[in-house]
Design a protein around this ligand. Structure first.
Ligand code: MG
Length: 379
């Protein structure tokens, strides 16, 4: 069924603690506003109007980069004024269903939308509701009354109406009153608003602790990445391995500091998040990486993980060489890697082995490093 949507993202978020208003905060590496726009667009919204503070309209382009079918308009001083502005901006016919949604409820899904549109077919409005689980009390300092929970519901968004119905209801709403949702406006003019099953996942992020809970509620997956790197031995007095400089009678040859351990680990991370390989991010043909410390390659990959809302769980590096002896330096390497990846020490492993004189590592032509990481990211 064709529908349009108004997403209200104009509030000041005073209860959410310091920081940007809620729609612009990051959840799982994406602005909260983006979650709703993506969900409603994938549910098939023909037109999405995002209502936001006028100074945030430019910011919407950044937050919603790459998405189509939406546009941002300036909201008003109250939620009702903002909804009015959003409805005014819609170009769809008056009988088309419109979902009005709070940007602070990021976990809306196609199923929610379909249930609302189905319910709207026989009504003037449809609202997802949840029963009240806690006992309700009335009072100021002391309780004066225990309120029956019977027939009481918590209303969520999105709420569905036909555009014409909602516009007319808002036109009739008194200027000095402030509705807390859109159903109230339609109810007031005698509209028949039906209830659909709400969902705890449609919770509104209001207080600082809600954001932490929302981060935990996301579906997350674990990804594995592996990396391999080899460098040739050449003349020198020291070798960099896993971010630690070791005195040696040879050095590894490479464009950067040739730290094969860090290169393998960087590639493992890039592999886990599908971001290509180290050569793509730091081309050897680019003079700025000549003699570069490989710390920055790893830090860059760690930054990409964070940008995806991900978290490295653990890393395991194996160095394959006859010499130098790795064991005496292993703890320093683990410490350095843990520092670069912001991980506790027991999530980082560095191991070493020889190939008992066989192959290129055995003949001491070169050193081989292998790394495996696991990373948790939003699904
Ligand atoms: Mg390399």
């Amino acid at each position: 069924m064709t529908f349009s949507a108004v997403i209200v993202a104009a509030g000041s978020s005073t209860r959410a603690g310091p920081g940007a208003p809620k729609p612009w905060r990051s959840l799982g590496g994406r602005p909260i506003l983006r979650w709703s726009v993506e969900a409603l667009a994938s549910a098939g919204a023909a037109e999405i109007v995002v209502v936001t503070a006028s100074e945030r309209i430019a910011g919407a382009d950044e937050a919603l980069a790459g998405l189509s079918g939406w546009r941002a308009v300036a909201g008003g001083a109250t939620r009702a004024e903002s909804v009015r502005a959003g409805l005014a901006a819609l170009t769809c016919p008056a009988d088309q269903p419109v979902l009005v949604h709070d940007a602070a409820r990021p976990f809306v899904t196609v199923d929610h939308v379909e249930a609302l549109l189905a319910a709207l077919a026989g009504a003037d409005g449809a609202v997802p509701v949840l029963p009240v689980a806690d006992t309700l009390k009335r009072g100021v300092d002391t309780i004066t009354e225990t309120v029956s929970r019977e027939e009481l519901w918590r209303a969520q968004t999105p709420q569905a109406f036909r555009l014409g119905t909602l516009r007319e209801a808002y036109a009739a709403w008194p200027a000095d009153a402030e509705p807390t949702d859109d159903a109230a406006v339609v109810e007031r003019v005698g509209g028949r608003v039906v209830m659909t099953p709400g969902d705890p996942m449609l919770m509104k992020l209001t207080y600082p602790e809600d954001f932490a809970m929302a981060e935990r509620l996301q579906t997350r997956i674990v990804r594995i990445g592996q990396g391999l790197d080899a460098h040739r031995w050449g003349p020198g007095e020291a070798v960099w391995l896993c971010g630690v400089k070791i005195a040696h009678d040879a050095a590894l040859i490479g464009h950067s500091d040739a730290d094969a351990g860090l290169h393998a680990l960087t590639d493992a991370i890039l592999g886990a998040i599908g971001e290509g390989d180290i050569g793509e991010h730091f081309p050897p043909s680019d003079p700025q990486w000549k003699d570069a410390s490989s710390d920055r390659f790893l830090s860059h990959a760690v930054g990409l993980v964070a940008a995806k809302g991900g978290r490295i769980l653990n890393a395991d590096v194996t160095l394959v060489c006859e010499r130098p002896k790795i064991r005496p330096h292993r703890d320093a390497m683990r410490q350095r890697l843990a520092e670069l990846m912001n991980l506790p020490l027991d999530r980082v492993s560095v191991k070493a082995t020889t190939t008992e004189g066989m192959g290129f590592t055995g003949r001491e032509e070169g050193l081989l490093a292998q790394a495996v990481v696991s990373i948790e990211t939003p699904a």
